[in-house]
Design a protein around this ligand. Structure first.
Ligand SMILES: [Zn+2]
Length: 142
């Protein structure tokens, strides 16, 4: 993985159900929880498959490609850890899972609904790897 951009963001909250997600990000992978019994992908992570109630869940690496379902820019109250008001987006991954993430290196006006996006990673203030997304039309930015 190339040198990641440093941010001032706070670390994600560590929990027994989500630590694996951040560990995958540390390895440069965007992974989503998959039920080993029915194959259902779901996010955010949880201890039980919401479809079949199976307890056997495993990380499944995603392509990192998706489209913008919706987006907003948060101005007030000023979020901690951001120099500029961050853009928060609902991303529809091509595998069929929707997740919330930050969309970086674009203005709100540049981000159209259904715009193709790709995952990228940046570092929190303390060095934790965080998945973010950028417009596919703008390249990797690295
Ligand atoms: Zn299941």
């Amino acid at each position: 993985m190339t040198q990641l951009r440093q941010s001032k963001r706070l670390d994600p909250m560590s929990t027994r159900n989500t630590d694996w997600f951040w560990d995958e990000a540390e390895q440069g992978r965007l992974s989503i929880q998959k039920c080993t019994q029915c194959g259902h992908l779901h996010h955010p992570p949880r201890p039980v498959c919401p479809d079949c109630h199976c307890l056997e869940l495993a990380p499944a690496q995603m392509s990192g490609r998706g489209t913008v379902y919706s987006r907003i820019q948060v101005h007030y109250p000023p979020p901690i850890g951001f120099d500029e008001p961050p853009i928060i987006a609902l991303i529809d991954l091509e595998e069929g899972v929707r997740l919330i993430s930050n969309l970086v290196d674009a203005t709100l006006d540049e981000i159209e609904i259904d715009a193709p996006v790709v995952v990228d990673f940046e570092l929190s203030a303390k060095g934790k790897t965080l998945p973010v997304f950028r417009l596919a039309s703008k390249g990797s930015g690295a």
